[in-house]
Design a protein around this ligand. Sequence first.
Ligand SMILES: CC(C)(COP(=O)(O)OP(=O)(O)OC[C@H]1O[C@@H](n2cnc3c(N)ncnc32)[C@H](O)[C@@H]1OP(=O)(O)O)[C@@H](O)C(=O)NCCC(=O)NCCS
Length: 156
Amino acid sequence: MSTTPPRPEAPAPDADPVRLIRHGPRCLRLRWRLEALRALLDGHSFWATGRSQAQLRRMLAGSQVVVSAWRGNALVGFGRATSDGVFRAVLWDVVVAEDEQGRGLGRRIVEELLAGPAVAGVERIYLMTTSGQGFYERLGFSQTQSQQLMLKKTSG
Ligand SMILES: CC(C)(COP(=O)(O)OP(=O)(O)OC[C@H]1O[C@@H](n2cnc3c(N)ncnc32)[C@H](O)[C@@H]1OP(=O)(O)O)[C@@H](O)C(=O)NCCC(=O)NCCS
């Protein structure tokens, strides 16, 4: 009598996949969840901590492309871009919650930012990073020696 070997288990379908939202100009869903945005930035970035809800609201209003990532009701990723729509755009504040990192979510967020109408097609896209060079190189960015980053510190 032959016994059928057990079939390898099919991977369980992801019941609650992470959903990306590219926001409209008013960022309505995020404006209702500024506390969640504040907590994500405070918990998973080192450069964007301590921002107040009022500052975050202004930041969203001043960004031409805003992308958020949600697992169910939980905000698990964020990124934004400013752009003149033709010549120059800059990516800012790309963050993935620690327990979601390493599964392609950061890539999805950056690709969604790059596909935003205010960014797609601009001549040059810049970003500043302290430790994310390897990540951005995977996404087609390269370090440049031809320009220097200049900084003027203000009290703001
Ligand atoms: C950096 C960050 C956004 C990456 O998000 P993530 O979801 O973990 O990245 P992904 O899984 O989408 O990775 C995409 C690719 O980049 C690679 N990668 C990710 N982080 C990397 C790193 N720090 N160095 C080198 N490569 C990296 C991945 O291996 C993957 O490569 P592959 O496409 O060849 O498989 C996330 O780790 C994060 O939020 N970190 C804390 C905040 C931060 O440092 N942001 C960077 C801006 S300064």
